[in-house]
Design a protein around this ligand. Structure first.
Ligand code: ATP
Length: 298
């Protein structure tokens, strides 16, 4: 068995290029259909093998609030490690260090990507060799976004997030440049979902059309197809998000969308040069921002 003592993982944030709510399931969860894609913005996780002890330490980059992350025992990374240990009967422990760059409560799956990174990382560190599908199903026990992030790449996520499969991209795809901005507020996922009202019709063939634009690396077409059924609820509950979205449009983004359940907003841009210019303008207004690109294959 190939067992290592320490590994480092980039836990990528995600954006939902499309997010449809198809209804509410008998178990109370929303029935979703969403194209999820990792972005270059990531937390860096270092996992060090220990004889038995479990520990977690964190450092945060500029603008990332450590307070909002909450206690260590509730941290999704820690919970993922304990779940892996229990499920696979592992004797060893692990020291986890996370360098956080993904805004907390930003709708970019920060906590979920840390959990997904730990699941994948421990699979390697502890030499478990479990298949991706099994690890994704394990992740579903901790949170809806985790299976998609365990699989990685461009994923169609359905159900409450537990049904995931990678979109076939037929060869290398370039991905899109995007500016991510955050209004500096924390937005509760449960609250946004509870504010959602059914009734709006969604454009037909959304997944097929967006998948086509991704394969063709057609940023203009993708920008015109961006869709998130939670946007109206987020704008209504948090006017600062609506204002930020308007700002991104005004400074020239090709298409702007609420990220997941918020509070971050992202805008697709023509190229890096335009993205850099937009970031400078947001910076001048004191708005937290980052220039990133989608990672269709990671
Ligand atoms: P969601 O997956 O619910 O859309 P999000 O992207 O909006 O999440 P996260 O950054 O995952 O937001 O944080 C949501 C909450 O999860 C935080 O307020 C925090 O209490 C908790 N949390 C648990 N583990 C972590 C972690 N490793 N990093 C950040 N937050 C975490």
């Amino acid at each position: 068995m190939n067992v290592r003592d320490e590994i480092t993982i980039e836990a990528h944030a995600k954006v939902n290029l499309t997010l449809e709510i198809l209804g509410i399931r008998p178990d109370g969860y929303h029935d979703l259909r969403s194209i999820v894609m990792p972005v270059s913005l990531s937390d860096t996780i270092t996992l060090t093998r220990t004889p038995a002890v479990f520990s977690l330490t964190l450092t945060t980059d500029r603008g990332i609030s450590a307070v909002q992350i909450g206690p260590v025992e509730k941290n999704l990374a820690m919970r993922a490690a304990r779940l892996m240990k229990d499920r696979y009967g592992v004797r060893a422990g692990v020291r986890i260090h996370i360098r956080k760059r993904i805004p907390v409560g930003g709708g970019m799956g920060g906590g979920s990507s840390d959990a997904a990174g730990v699941i994948r990382g421990l699979n390697e560190l502890w030499g478990l060799r479990r298949p991706d599908e099994e690890l994704a199903a394990l992740g579903a026990e901790l949170g809806s976004d985790i299976p998609a992030l365990v699989l990685g790449g461009t994923v169609l996520m359905e159900g409450r997030g537990e049904r995931v499969h990678r979109l076939a991209l037929d060869g290398p795809v370039r991905g899109f440049d995007l500016v991510i901005a955050n209004p500096g507020i924390h937005c509760s996922t449960a609250e946004i979902f509870s504010r959602w009202k059914s009734g709006l019709t969604t454009p037909p063939k959304m997944v097929q059309n967006m998948a086509f634009s991704i394969r063709a690396s057609d940023v203009k077409r993708a920008a015109s197809l961006l869709h998130n059924d939670l946007e109206a609820a987020a704008f209504e509950g948090y006017p600062a998000i609506a204002r930020l979205s308007e700002t991104l449009r005004r400074v020239g983004c090709l298409g702007v969308l609420l990220s997941g359940s918020g509070a971050s907003v992202f805008g697709l841009v023509r190229d890096r040069a335009q993205g850099e210019e937009i970031c400078r303008r947001l910076e001048a207004d004191g708005i937290w921002n980052v220039l990133a690109h989608t990672c269709p294959m990671v």
